[in-house]
Design a binder for this molecule. Structure first.
Ligand code: AMP
Length: 436
């Protein structure tokens, strides 16, 4: 039996056309006067409404103004600068060079920003590519020779390609300095300045930064034309939806605490941040004996390994990623439920960036910071920076200090630790494996 075809509901004709028009006033992306092509790319990406930074930045950026936006990643800032640029890219013409260049601090971010721009360029002919170190330069040279309108890259590699004469900046109309504070922290200032000096003065410059310290301001004063400052940072720098806890812990007990915490929390996906590359690798080596779903990412690894790890993390195949700050920064993976600061970050800004890896786009997230008794001041500095107190957390029965040899009766708190317990990696790995 076939069902009769259902007729679409008839739209009622409005009686008063003036009133009806104002009722249907476009809002969100539709109100920005974007092209039909861009509207369908947004629909394809599933972006129904602009995020606050997109609502605030896209309209003035489309007019060609220089803008400085204070915003963290995870707020939709990539699309906020990519949409106005893609809207004004001129179509391919033989002999015309690159029109837009986005500078980012890390290789991972270069890939991520490129992918987001490709998504938004859906249906258009714009060719978006990423250039970054750690990958054979030849491939990137060839791709550049084939032609590209939109390049995303790390300053070092961009300089390298410029020096080889394959990345001419004479046709540049748009420059974006993404995560400007971080690029300056890493020491990219000389490269950035050289690149900016090579771009035509008539270009539009957009600068995005989580914080605007004096060096960023200076860069803006020197290389931007009367930039308008737009503040999209939330009052409490660490996003509202992220619960934040700390543990007081002796350094020798951190690893055991981590295991207990993972068992308790059962994270969907977690990043465990360490301060050094060696420490990150060491921790990963231990964790990898407990679970196959662990991986690591730090600056000592070859770029193709880093790319593979990121791809598997994004696909959810990795649940536990140990990382250093530089590489961990900017990672945008929506499944990250937990951030664990195994080592307290050296700089307060790094805390904000680490914790910002979870709770993306208003999702819930939780962050734990391990603090040794000597690091109390660092914890206070972080709390002042984010204008919020971290809550103290404990795992019942777990002692956070290296217990002195028992001399007499045991207190209740010490009993579990003193009692003979199965070795962590001996009889227990299966249980841990399950736990992870
Ligand atoms: P970003 O801050 O650019 O790293 O973006 C964070 C995440 O938000 C990315 O996964 C984007 O794909 C996503 N995103 C950006 N804009 C929107 C939007 N308007 N609606 C839904 N998701 C978005």
């Amino acid at each position: 039996m076939t069902l009769p075809e259902r007729k679409p509901p008839q739209k009622k004709r409005p009686r008063n056309t003036k009133e009806a028009a104002s009722d249907r006033k476009p809002s969100g992306f539709a109100a920005m006067g974007l092209s039909a092509g861009m509207m369908s790319a947004l629909a394809e990406a599933g972006y129904l409404d602009p995020t606050p930074i997109q609502a605030g930045l896209i309209p003035p950026a489309i007019t060609g103004k220089d803008l400085m936006g204070q915003a963290q990643t995870g707020t939709g800032k990539t699309a906020a600068f990519a949409i106005p640029i893609l809207e004004r890219l001129e179509p391919y013409r033989k002999g015309r060079g690159i029109q837009a260049i986005v500078l980012v601090p890390t290789r991972e971010l270069a890939v991520q920003v490129r992918d987001e721009c490709i998504k938004l360029a859906f249906g258009s002919e714009a060719r978006v590519m990423a250039v970054y170190g750690g990958k054979p330069i030849r491939q990137q040279v060839e791709e550049l020779r084939r032609g590209s309108e939109f390049v995303v890259g790390t300053p070092g590699r961009v300089m390298d390609l410029m020096d080889r004469g394959v990345l001419p900046l004479c046709d540049i109309r748009f420059v974006v300095l993404d995560e400007a504070d971080r690029m300056l922290d890493i020491g990219f200032r000389p490269d950035i300045e050289k690149i900016l000096r090579k771009c035509p003065a008539s270009r539009q410059t957009l600068l995005l930064s989580a914080t605007i310290p004096p060096p960023v301001k200076k860069l803006a004063e020197r290389y931007m034309r009367e930039p308008e400052m737009l503040d999209f940072s939330s009052k409490n720098l660490a996003v509202e939806t992220i619960e934040q806890f700390y543990f007081t812990i002796e350094p020798e007990r951190k690893y055991d605490l981590l295991i207990k915490l993972l068992q308790r929390e059962q994270p969907k996906q977690a990043i465990v941040f360490c301060r050094t590359r060696k420490g990150t690798e060491r921790l990963y080596q231990k964790l990898s004996k407990l679970t196959r779903k662990a991986a690591t990412i730090h600056g000592d690894l070859a770029q193709n390994v880093r790319d593979r790890v990121m791809a598997r993390f994004r696909e959810g195949k990795i649940r536990l990623l140990t990382a250093t700050d530089v590489v961990g920064r900017g990672i945008d993976v929506s499944g990250i439920s937990h951030i664990i600061n195994y080592d307290i970050p050296e700089f307060c800004d790094d805390y904000v960036h680490r914790v910002g890896r979870t709770g993306r786009m208003g999702r819930e997230g939780v962050a734990f910071t391990f603090v040794s008794p000597e690091e109390g001041n660092e914890l206070t500095r972080i709390e002042m920076r984010i204008n919020r107190l971290l809550k103290r957390d404990e795992i019942p029965g777990f002692t956070s200090y290296v217990k002195p040899q028992p001399t007499g009766d045991l207190s209740e708190e010490e009993t579990e630790e003193a009692a003979p317990k199965p070795p962590v990696f001996g009889r227990e790995p299966k249980r841990y494996r399950r736990a992870l």
